[in-house]
Design a protein around this ligand. Structure first.
Ligand code: MN
Length: 324
């Protein structure tokens, strides 16, 4: 996906440290992807109060909605895109020559490294029903200059317990370890909980987590969570205790050790400085070989938005407010 907010601003991505076992609801905002006729997605992070969860730096949920996607080639640097479908299909094409159909239950992971371009089209001419998540993982400094690569994983490990099961698409959960390439300690999983069950999901104490509802609703730490917002759960927990409503629930769980790096994030780029972002923008606008080409699109692409009139700077996450 491509961030196409009308007036993209730099966002705070500096972490100030593990805040402990807090819980806090982060409201979603609606963003049209790919311009005014694009799919409306709900974005939860980055948020001014919460720029990252572990290395997860961007979380969009789209649908369920009938939508025809024609998201033209656009660039990325410094991140991995994690595409996870609940419903529908998407055609991914990238400048490495990848052309794959993305389906529910599969992980599609694009590691941009120093630079890549991709497009995302729904197959056919109609507007199929779509329900998807697109998540970005910031690459740590030592991994962000690598050559780009794309992975598709259809045989993902499952974790389970009493009344719940999970498909682990990134990192590790409950003894299940995803084969996907990761560069920092983290987890990404689809968790399904049976109706009325209180699930106890073992997690890493060093990780902070975020939970979103894809289907149904749950209660965690006394907070009701339905479609839309993200529930942030701080570190220092051995398990997540999640009570599903009468319809059961399908959740997306992300987590990781709090990121200690200053990030500068603008448009589709994750970097470390203003100048680096400007250079990436210039490379895209000048058709530099850094991002490659997708011949299928015959030169059609999404132009970079103008830079803001201020220098892009990393800013720090504010301290957690007192609990209770
Ligand atoms: Mn994208």
């Amino acid at each position: 996906m491509s961030t196409l907010e009308q007036d993209p601003q730099e966002v705070d991505l500096r972490r100030i440290g593990a805040p402990g076992a807090v819980s806090r609801l982060i409201a979603q905002r609606e963003v049209p992807l790919g311009g005014p006729r694009g799919m409306i997605v709900t974005r939860t992070i980055p948020d001014r109060s919460l720029p990252t969860i572990g290395a997860w730096c961007f979380i969009d949920q789209g649908g369920p909605v009938e939508h025809r996607s024609r998201l033209l080639p656009h660039p990325h640097i410094g991140l991995q895109t994690v595409t996870w479908l609940i419903e529908g299909e998407m055609l991914h094409r990238d400048s490495l020559g990848t052309e794959v159909l993305i389906r529910p239950g599969q992980l599609d992971l694009m590691t941009s490294g120093r630079g890549i371009a991709h497009s995302e089209f729904t197959p056919g001419d109609g507007a199929p029903r779509m329900h998807l998540f697109q998540l970005w993982v910031a690459l740590p400094d030592e991994a962000r200059h690598q050559e780009p690569h794309f992975e598709q994983h259809s045989d993902l490990p499952q974790a389970s317990g009493l009344g719940w099961s999970a498909t682990v698409f990134m990192g590790a959960l409950g003894g299940a370890i995803s084969p996907a390439a990761t560069y920092s300690p983290l987890v990404g999983a689809e968790v399904r909980i049976d109706p009325g069950v209180t699930a106890r999901i073992p997690v890493d104490r060093a990780h902070e987590h975020g939970v979103l509802a894809a289907r149904g609703g749950v209660e965690i730490d006394g907070v009701q969570l339905g479609a839309g917002p993200l529930l942030y759960l701080g570190t220092s927990r051995d398990e997540l205790i999640i009570e599903a409503g009468p319809a059961g629930a399908t959740l997306i769980l992300v987590g990781g050790t709090p990121l200690r790096e200053d990030l500068v994030m603008w448009w589709n780029f994750v970097g470390r400085s203003h100048d680096e972002i400007v250079a990436a923008r210039d490379d895209w606008e000048s058709n530099d070989a850094r991002f490659g080409d997708i011949p299928y699109h015959r030169g059609a692409r999404i132009p970079a938005p103008p830079l803001p009139n201020v220098r892009l700077t990393p800013r720090r996450r504010p301290p957690e407010p007192p609990q209770g």
